[in-house]
Write a protein that binds this ligand. Structure first.
Ligand code: MOS
Length: 760
């Protein structure tokens, strides 16, 4: 903790150092999986189902096998190990064996000398199936006599969270607000569709994949191939975004199977349409909320009921249920809470992890509920949030006492100050009686860093070389967010060496230890702590040697600027170079290895009480919009985004996350409109699934609040998902402020806005 107090004295942490991969991304030299080629490499294609629900009777591959240039055609019968994968529940076949459960289910996979031949071969495969009725709604899935998609129930999860007694509390409320909110599917639209390349190297099957979690992938590939994990290596190729959509298995098992049989390198590149139809989507939610407060605006009770659609497979669904419930109050201390959530299987597209895991959905509800209560009590949206805000000492919905780093109130205050500076009253006077109406709304959020009530460790190794530079080996996958840079900053700071002298090898099961998923905004906090602890272990060795050289107790020494010096006399020192020469002379190798697992408890299965997260991020956004009441167009003009991220290890990258999150959040609230008809996705490309681009970016004012987290590396928490969450709710509240109409369903498409403003 000495360094926390010394925070103005940091050399690498808190500095806008250059991203480790910055240049290679800008000049195009980064090697994505698509750029990996090997001599004799085959190209793979997957045959995918064109129906959503059917019994599979047979697959005929003879014609495909006879096509010149085809080297291998595989179906479920060829899988040497277990034909089921899945992050939490192993319910998804690699290749369908019994039943087709959604459009796009994989039926067969082909490897050929060229991609075109593989494509042709796919068309020659005949599939004999018997169609079943398609279940497309949660309501239908829940009917007693419905067909069961897996096993004997369509209920994937049903949970209850209880804190206090809502029934008693509602009797004491002076105001109660009830609404039902609905959210749609959303697609990640990461810029790089999934790709994988596999190859046998010295008896080890290696897969290079676009992924958020190579260690998970290795386990799945090994199980499917019935190989020991030591014979499978998964190396993360440079990955063009993920946002949760590259946590599920995609190409990995297909290429591995084909290499297993052909002994040749294989590449599988998804098309955008294929990626869209099979990668996970954001879970659609229906959320019934009842919130009550006393006349002073203190919220006394909140009751909610969620219905969630997981589609054909579980993916991260169980985690979305629990995370959404824990966060359902919003970042407010509510003494009485009751939530019930039900998630079902349907034949719809598979839902899964997507930036925020259910929290963006619940924030649409809790942020509008709190505004509606404030209005009834004639309190400002700002005041009611201040009054109810979680702070150090508060008890959350799971009765977790917040011990440190709960900076919501600071984010509220700083965002308001900035809004007074940049949003002028004159803005609202333009076109006062015309069709364009302006408004400002607030969105707040809290977000647990790491997996919900589950162990989720990460680890790191490192070595200091004879020239005093350091190589870090960490499992943590950098998918563009910048974790490689952050880990090097943390190690450089801990060892008192220059950031440029720290290099990292990450996310390669052949070289690095487990880092867990790049997910849940967890890597800065968890892998960051693992790297810091590994560096501290190496530092102990340096201290031992330095204390001998300086002939002083090692408590009296600090490491700084490549020197070990006396704490109270920094002119009295040995250089790191001298220490390393001494190490060489004595035969000492300077190593570190560590893991970090956040301090959580599992949640009580009866009422979900417990400590699901070690720490939380907090944020407040103020957003100004202009609503064209004639066309329905909503323009986001200004976003003030104040985030308590703990210590910002790299401010510029935190700001980058905030800006990216704002654009994605605008898409969630307004533009992105995924269409599913009878279980089939109609929007499969950028041509009809529109996202905001750099051309649409509003004025964004990121504000970083550094409420030090005592268990974080240098006080850091995380920001990846928090950046997105407050955006859509702030837009919805701003639209209400502008028009007096409350939208309870997103996205705010032109049609929805025009209809509700003009015809309801
Ligand atoms: Mo994210 S939904 O944790 O990749």
């Amino acid at each position: 903790m000495d360094i926390l107090k010394d925070k103005d004295n940091l050399n690498s942490v808190g500095k806008n150092v250059q991203k480790k991969d910055g240049i290679s991304k800008v000049n195009g030299s980064a090697i994505f999986a698509r750029d990996i080629n090997f001599e004799g490499m085959l190209y793979a294609k997957v045959l995918r189902s064109k129906v959503a629900h059917a019994v599979l009777n047979n697959i005929y591959t003879d014609k495909a096998e006879k096509l010149p240039g085809v080297v291998c055609v595989l179906t479920s019968k060829d899988i040497p190990g277990k034909n089921r994968v899945g992050i939490i529940i192993k319910d998804e076949p690699v290749l369908v064996d019994d039943k087709i459960r959604r459009y796009g289910d994989a039926l067969a996979v082909v490897a050929a000398e060229t991609e075109e031949t593989a494509e042709k071969a796919i068309e020659l495969i005949e599939v004999d199936y018997t169609e079943l009725p398609v279940i497309t709604t949660v309501d239908d899935a829940l009917k007693e006599d419905s067909l069961k998609i897996h096993g004997d129930t369509n209920i994937l999860g049903h949970k209850t969270l209880i804190k206090g007694n809502v029934d008693e509390a509602f009797k004491k409320c002076d105001v109660i607000v009830e609404n039902t909110y609905k959210t749609n599917y959303y697609a990640h639209m990461f810029i790089e569709p999934e790709c994988g390349v596999s190859k046998y190297e010295n008896g080890i099957l290696t897969v290079w994949a676009s992924t958020q979690n190579p260690h998970f992938d290795r386990g799945e590939v090994a199980r499917v191939l019935n190989l020991p994990q030591s014979k499978v290596r998964v190396s993360q190729a440079v990955t063009g975004g993920g946002f949760g959509g590259k946590l599920d298995i995609s190409t990995q098992c297909f290429v591995a199977l084909l290499t297993y049989y052909t002994k040749r390198p294989v590449k599988l590149s998804y098309t955008r349409e294929e990626s869209m139809s099979v990668s996970s989507k954001r879970h659609p939610h229906t959320m019934k909320y009842k919130t009550g407060a006393d006349k002073n605006g203190k919220i006394l009770a909140m009751q909610a009921e969620f219905m969630q659609d997981s589609g054909a497979y579980a993916s991260y669904g169980p985690a979305v249920i629990t995370r959404g419930m824990v966060h359902a109050t919003g970042p407010y201390e509510i003494p009485n809470v009751s939530i019930e959530a039900t998630m079902t299987y349907t034949n719809n597209p598979m839902a899964g992890a997507f930036r925020g895991f259910g929290v963006p959905q619940v924030s649409i509800a809790h942020e509008q509920q709190i505004d509606a209560i404030a209005e009834k009590l004639n309190i400002s949206p700002y005041e009611i949030r201040l009054k109810n805000a979680l702070k150090v000492g508060s008890y959350t919905s799971t009765m977790q006492k917040l011990e440190s780093s709960a900076g919501l109130i600071d984010t509220l205050k700083k965002a308001r100050e900035k809004s007074e500076e940049v949003i002028s009253d004159d803005d609202f006077k333009k076109d006062p009686n015309g069709i364009k109406k302006r408004g400002v709304g607030i969105g707040c959020m809290w977000y647990g860093i790491g997996n919900t009530g589950l162990p989720n460790p990460a680890s790191a190794f490192l070595e200091m070389h004879s020239d005093c530079s350091v190589t870090v080996l960490a499992g943590c996958a950098d998918i563009g967010q910048g974790s490689n840079t952050v880990m090097c900053q943390i190690v450089a700071e801990t060892l008192g060496i220059d950031y440029e002298n720290v290099n990292i090898v990450s996310a390669d099961t052949g070289a690095t230890p487990e880092g867990g998923a790049t997910s849940a905004s967890r890597q800065t906090y968890i892998s960051g702590n693992a790297c810091k602890k590994a560096a501290e272990m190496a530092r102990e060795t340096l201290f031992d040697v330095a204390s001998e050289l300086l002939n002083v107790n090692r408590d009296k020494i600090i490491l700084k600027d490549e020197k070990a010096c006396f704490k109270d006399d920094q002119n009295n020192y040995v250089t790191l170079e001298q220490i390393m020469s001494e190490c060489a002379r004595k035969g000492i190798i300077v190593l570190g290895c560590a893991y970090f697992n956040p301090n959580t408890t599992s949640l009580d299965p009866e009422n979900m009480q417990g400590i699901p997260f070690a720490t939380y991020g907090f944020a407040t956004h103020f957003i100004e919009v202009e609503v064209n009441t004639y066309t329905g167009e909503i323009k986001v003009l200004k976003v003030i985004a104040a985030h308590d991220v703990g210590k910002a290890i790299n401010k510029r990258m935190v700001e980058g996350q905030i800006e990216g999150g704002c654009l994605m959040g605008m898409g969630l609230g307004i533009l992105e409109n995924l269409v599913v008809e009878n279980a089939k996705m109609k929007t499969l490309n950028f041509s009809n699934y529109l996202i905001y681009t750099a051309n649409d970016i509003p004025e964004i004012y990121p504000i970083i609040v550094e409420s030090q987290e005592k268990t974080g590396p240098f006080g850091a928490k995380g920001v990846g998902e928090p950046a997105l969450i407050p955006v859509a709710p702030a837009i919805l509240n701003a639209v209400y402020n502008a028009t007096g109409v409350r939208f309870t369903e997103i996205p705010l498409t032109l049609e929805r806005v025009v209809e509700k403003l003009n015809y309801e």
